[in-house]
Design a protein around this ligand. Structure first.
Ligand code: ZN
Length: 198
């Protein structure tokens, strides 16, 4: 899935690569203050390393997605390794958070044919995104807000990072998030979790 229903000005904020003790906590504070529900695609290994923050995400009413066990490129994995990455990530997040992830997102959006039977079995649809303000290269927070505002459309799935893949990504997201929410609201958007959007 690349975007949700387009019948109203609805968009979903999604956060990848966490949990991160510092930046995920900052993101959660902002979301709570702004009363926004979001979706977090967690790396299983990081969830195990940061159980408190993982549980906090779930407790605060946000939705969970599986972003594999160790964030390897599934393009480079054979079928067995693909299955292990997905199932181990799913199980780790479920055990730490106390509830199973409802969605799946492949690292860098790179899938292979072995992905789909596994996620079907887990009942976690594969979710991509329609707006990504920062890819493999760092983009300043103000520019990210502007890019999202320019590209947002009803049903948009916005891909953000609350932890580092690209160095400094988590800090940049935390810095721009309040402005982003204000900007999208002023454009008439309501922000929702993925299950609401899809
Ligand atoms: Zn990622």
């Amino acid at each position: 899935m690349w975007r949700g229903r387009c019948s109203e000005r609805l968009a979903a904020l999604t956060f990848d690569d966490g949990p991160d003790a510092q930046h995920t906590a900052q993101v959660l504070d902002i979301l709570a203050r702004e009363r926004v529900t979001a979706t977090f695609f967690l790396i299983g290994r990081r969830a195990v390393e940061a159980p408190e923050i993982t549980r906090m995400i779930a407790r605060e009413g946000h939705e969970l997605g599986n972003h594999t066990w160790s964030h390897r490129s599934l393009w480079l994995c054979g079928p067995k390794e693909t299955e292990r990455e997905i199932i181990r990530g799913h199980d780790a997040i479920a055990e730490v958070a106390g509830c199973a992830p409802r969605f799946f997102r492949a690292p860098w959006g790179m899938t292979n044919l072995a992905v789909f039977p596994v996620i079907r079995r887990l009942a976690t649809p594969c979710v991509f995104w329609s707006v990504q303000p920062e890819g493999q290269r760092a983009v300043e927070p103000e520019c990210q807000v502007q890019r999202i505002r320019e590209r947002i459309k009803p049903g948009a799935i916005v891909d953000l990072h609350d932890a580092d893949g690209v160095p400094g990504a988590g800090a940049r997201t935390a810095r721009m998030l309040s402005d982003l929410i204000a900007s999208l609201r002023s454009a008439g958007y309501r922000l929702a979790g993925l299950s609401d959007l899809l």
